[in-house]
Design a binder for this molecule. Structure first.
Ligand code: KG4
Ligand code: ZN
Length: 338
């Protein structure tokens, strides 16, 4: 067993379409990080097919865990706890990770830690630099768009969230309407660097003072514009559509996040989740926070999308609270963070 602050956690993540395992030391040091992506398989269907995802997780999980331990130069005996994403996510996909974690923990007499997927996305940043409280986190992924306020480790207050589509979901749906491959976020991001904001789609700020988001109106505006252009036989300028759509999403994300960070007087602002890989979001956030006393943390690209290192980093906090799960731990697709 390792010293008090340097616990070794083997972490597993299978909530969507990446089968991932990692070994993390003391919540901050990455010893290995293995991600087997199924993206190319789901591309053929234009999105993640839950049953297909579960089957691939089952095929990959043992190898991915073995590789994570190998790359960390460890055996399971040197691990202090096994952590796993408990939810939210696809139930069949989550179950593969949860059962693998419980089986390993039971066989080797290790405690199990259940981790919230979004807590993981936030804690991905701690692998780069330590947190300073209070902090605000903008979580933008395929399933979530949330502003989360934290006063201390492991305590999360959701102060704003999407009322309909998540930001990543809007990216993926608009990309599909444009005939771009899944996942649409990176494709739109690439095209948006070339085009211009010629369409001026709506920006949804909702009522005064609200930190909530709404992207379905924007998504519908883009899809209606595409139908309209096609009906008229007019040419669709994919690059300008991408730039215009992205400008609307990013304007709202940056403005609301900035306002929330100021209103709550935070020391740090963290961006997390798959959409935080977006170039324009990263640039615009850096620009907006440049002249403030708020420390902006943007994760490196390999920590933006789903991985298990982030689960290990979030689990460290629970490890120190001795917040261990029983072997009844179950996948919880609707798990809340608060
Ligand atoms: O966090 P993540 O890997 O999985 C979930 O927990 O949902 O996020 C995936 C989402 C997808 O919707 C994908 O299109 C989006 O992140 N994404 C991006 C970019 N890279 C990934 N969205 C916009 N720009 C990007 N560069
Ligand atoms: Zn995610």
């Amino acid at each position: 067993m390792s010293s008090e602050q340097n616990e070794i956690i083997l972490a597993i993540e299978t909530s969507c379409d990446e089968t991932a395992a990692a070994v993390v030391k003391g919540g901050k040091k990455l010893l290995s990080n293995v991600v087997a992506t199924q993206m190319d398989i789901h591309k053929k269907f234009g999105g993640v097919v839950p049953e297909v995802a579960s089957r691939h997780h089952i095929e990959q999980i043992t190898m991915v865990i073995e590789q994570a331990l190998d790359e960390a130069g460890m055996t399971i005996n040197e691990v202090d706890a096994v952590a796993v994403t408990e939810g939210p996510g696809l139930v069949g996909a989550l179950l593969v990770g949860v059962n693998a974690a419980k089986a390993l923990a039971y066989a080797h007499h290790k405690p199990v830690i259940g981790v919230h997927h979004i807590a993981g996305h936030i804690y991905a940043n701690r692998l780069e630099k330590d947190f300073e409280f209070p902090l605000m986190s903008l979580v933008v992924s395929g399933g979530h768009t949330e502003l989360i306020y934290m006063e201390q480790h492991g305590e999360y207050e959701v102060i704003g969230e999407t009322r309909d589509d998540a930001a990543g979901e809007a990216y993926d749906k608009v990309a599909k309407a444009l005939g771009l491959p899944y996942p649409g976020g990176p494709e739109i991001d690439r095209l948006a660097q070339i085009g211009k904001d010629t369409y001026q789609f709506p920006r949804s700020y909702l009522e005064e003072g609200s930190y909530d988001f709404s992207f379905s109106g924007l998504k519908t505006a883009v899809i209606n514009k595409l139908h309209h252009l096609k009906q008229k036989g007019a040419e669709v300028d994919t690059e300008n559509i991408a730039t215009s759509f992205q400008a609307s999403v990013i304007d709202v994300l940056v403005d609301k996040t900035y306002q929330a960070a100021i209103d709550y007087g935070v020391k740090q602002l963290i961006i997390a989740g798959g959409v935080s890989a977006n170039r324009t979001l990263r640039d615009r956030m850096s620009e907006r926070f440049k002249d403030t006393n708020i420390d902006l943390m943007i994760p490196p690209l390999y920590l933006c999308t789903d991985n298990a290192a982030m689960i290990g980093a979030a689990a460290s906090v629970e490890y120190h609270k001795q917040n261990f799960a029983s072997l009844n731990l179950n996948a919880n697709p609707g798990l809340t963070i608060e």
